[in-house]
Design a protein around this ligand. Structure first.
Ligand code: S3P
Length: 433
C-alpha cells in the first residue's frame, strides 16, 4: 500500500521546456503480455516502469517467463508461446492495475491451471463482472467476491470455446480480455463494442503476427495464433502528456514541446477537446513506431472557452477527464461532460473526486450522473485537496495549482508512481515561479 505523502505546488509565472513523457501504459502492458506469449525473444524499448506495468511484469515472472531487466532502456523477454506458461505457486498481486487484472483474466481463463488474482484496496473494489461474464460464456470457470463480481478472482483455467460477444460498454479492457482468451482456442472469436475503444491490443497482436480483423463495430481473431518475438519501441503516453498540454495552455506566457507522444486516433481525443476549447496545440514530425502513430506536440498558452463533450469522444479521452475538468475551470463559460459514467468506476469515482477537489478551491462544478458541469473563468484559490489514492487526480490537481492564486497542498501523492515516475521532477524542471 502507498504511504501517505503530500506535495505542495506553487503558482507558476510561466512554463518552458522540451521533454519526452514516459512510455504509454496501455502499450507497455500489452508489449509484456504478447512478448511473454510469443515464441522467441522480444526486446522492448521505452517501456513504462510505472507500478502498474511492473505488476504485469511480476505476473509473468510468476507464470515462469524469463525477463532480463538491467534497469536500462531495454528489457528482454524470452517468450514461452501459448502453451509454455506454468501454474504460479502463489497468488498473483496486480497492485492497482485494472489492465493487469482484466487482461490477465482473459489470458489465464484459457490456460490449463489454477490462478488467483488479487490487488490493492482500490482494485478489489472495481467491477470485474464485465470480464467474468463474457469469459464465462466461453466456458471459463472464474469465482470472485461479491457474487463473482470483485477480486480476488480464482481462475480454474482451460476448456474454453470461441464465442461472439456484444459488449454493452466501450472498454478496451473487456474487448482485450475476450480477444486474448479467444486467440488461444480453436475457432473465431468476435467482440462487438458500442463505440471504438483504444485499439492497442489489435495493433500489437497484428504486429506480433496474429490473424486479426477489425471492422466497423468490432474485431475478430482466429484462434490458436502463433505470435513471434519482436522488437517493440513504446510511444510516449498521451495520457501523461495530457497534464502538460493543459499546463501549457492555462499558464500565461508558456511554450512546451512534448516529443514522441503516441497519437493513436483511439487515444487522441484530448487533443481534439483542447483544440475545440481554443487551445493552440500543433502536431509535427508525425511518424510510426512499432505499429502506433507518434508525433511531437507543441503547446502554447491560450485563451480557453467551455464546450460540450460526449458520444464517441468519451472513450477516446477516457483517462483525461480529471485534467479536462481542470482546463474547464480555467476556460471562459460552461463545459458539460456527458456519456462518461465509466468515470465512476476508475481508480476512484473520478466525477466525485474532481467535484470535491475543484469545488473546495472555489470552482463552480457540479456532478452529473454521467459527467460534470463546470462553470469556468474564476481563478482558483489555494488550499488542500486529497487525491483519494488516484494518480490522475493527484497530477490534475498539481496542474490546477500552477494557475491558482496561492499554493495547493495535495495529500496522497505517492500514487503518481502508478503511471508517471518522475512527474514531480519534470513539473519542477519546466516551472518558473
Ligand atoms: C485501458 C483501458 C481503459 C483505460 C485504462 C487502460 C487499457 O479502461 O481507462 O486506463 O489499457 O486497456 P476501460 O477498458 O475500463 O475503459
Amino acid at each position: 500500500m502507498h504511504k501517505v505523502e503530500t506535495k505542495t505546488v506553487l503558482p507558476a509565472t510561466r512554463l518552458r521546456g522540451d521533454f519526452i513523457v514516459p512510455g504509454d501504459k496501455s502499450i507497455s502492458h500489452r508489449a509484456i503480455m504478447f512478448a511473454s506469449l510469443a515464441q522467441g525473444e522480444s526486446r522492448i524499448r521505452g517501456l513504462l516502469r510505472g507500478e502498474d506495468c511492473l505488476s504485469t511484469l511480476h505476473a509473468f515472472r510468476c507464470l515462469g517467463v524469463e525477463v532480463n531487466d538491467k534497469g536500462d532502456d531495454e528489457i528482454i523477454i524470452q517468450g514461452r508461446g501459448l502453451d509454455g506458461l506454468k501454474e504460479p505457486d502463489d497468488v498473483i498481486d496486480c497492485g492497482n492495475s485494472g489492465t493487469t487484472m482484466r487482461l490477465m483474466s482473459g489470458i489465464l481463463a484459457a490456460q490449463p491451471f489454477f490462478t488467483i488474482l488479487t490487488g490493492d484496496q482500490y482494485l478489489r473494489r472495481r467491477p470485474m463482472g464485465r470480464v467474468i461474464t463474457p469469459l464465462t460464456s466461453m466456458g471459463a470457470k472464474i469465482l470472485g467476491r461479491d457474487d463473482h463480481s470483485k477480486a480476488p478472482l480464482a481462475i480454474d483455467g482451460g476448456g474454453l470455446v470461441a464465442a461472439e460477444y456484444h459488449s454493452p460498454i466501450a472498454s478496451a479492457q473487456v474487448k482485450s480480455a475476450v480477444l486474448l482468451a479467444g486467440m488461444q482456442v480453436d475457432g473465431v472469436t468476435t467482440v462487438y463494442e458500442p463505440h471504438l475503444s483504444r485499439d492497442h491490443s489489435e495493433r500489437m497482436l497484428r504486429y506480433f503476427g496474429a490473424d486479426l480483423e477489425s471492422f466497423s463495430g468490432g474485431t475478430r481473431v482466429k484462434g490458436r495464433v502463433v505470435l513471434s518475438g519482436k522488437e517493440v519501441d513504446v510511444a510516449g503516453d498521451i495520457s501523461s502528456a495530457a497534464f502538460f498540454l493543459v499546463a501549457g495552455l492555462i499558464v500565461p506566457d508558456s511554450e512546451l514541446l512534448l516529443k514522441n507522444v503516441g497519437v493513436n486516433p483511439t487515444r487522441s481525443g484530448i487533443i481534439d477537446i483542447l483544440q475545440q476549447m481554443g487551445g493552440a496545440i500543433e502536431l509535427t514530425n508525425l511518424r510510426e513506431l512499432s505499429g502506433e502513430p507518434v508525433a511531437d506536440l507543441l503547446v502554447k498558452s491560450s485563451h480557453l472557452h467551455g464546450i460540450e463533450i460526449g458520444g464517441d469522444l468519451i472513450p477516446r479521452a477516457i483517462d483525461e477527464f480529471p485534467v479536462v475538468s481542470v482546463a474547464a475551470a480555467f476556460a471562459d463559460g460552461v463545459t458539460i461532460i456527458r456519456d462518461a459514467k465509466e468515470l465512476r468506476v476508475k481508480e476512484t469515482d473520478r466525477i466525485a473526486a474532481m467535484c470535491d477537489c475543484l469545488g473546495s478551491l472555489g470552482v463552480a462544478i457540479e456532478p452529473l450522473d454521467d459527467g460534470m458541469r463546470i462553470v469556468g473563468g474564476r481563478r482558483l484559490t489555494g488550499g488542500e485537496v486529497n487525491s483519494c489514492g488516484d494518480h490522475r487526480i493527484a497530477m490534475s490537481m498539481a496542474i490546477a495549482a500552477l494557475g491558482a492564486t496561492t499554493a495547493i497542498k495535495i495529500v496522497d501523492t505517492a500514487c503518481t508512481e502508478t503511471s508517471f515516475p518522475g512527474f514531480w521532477e519534470l513539473l519542477t524542471r519546466i516551472t518558473e515561479n
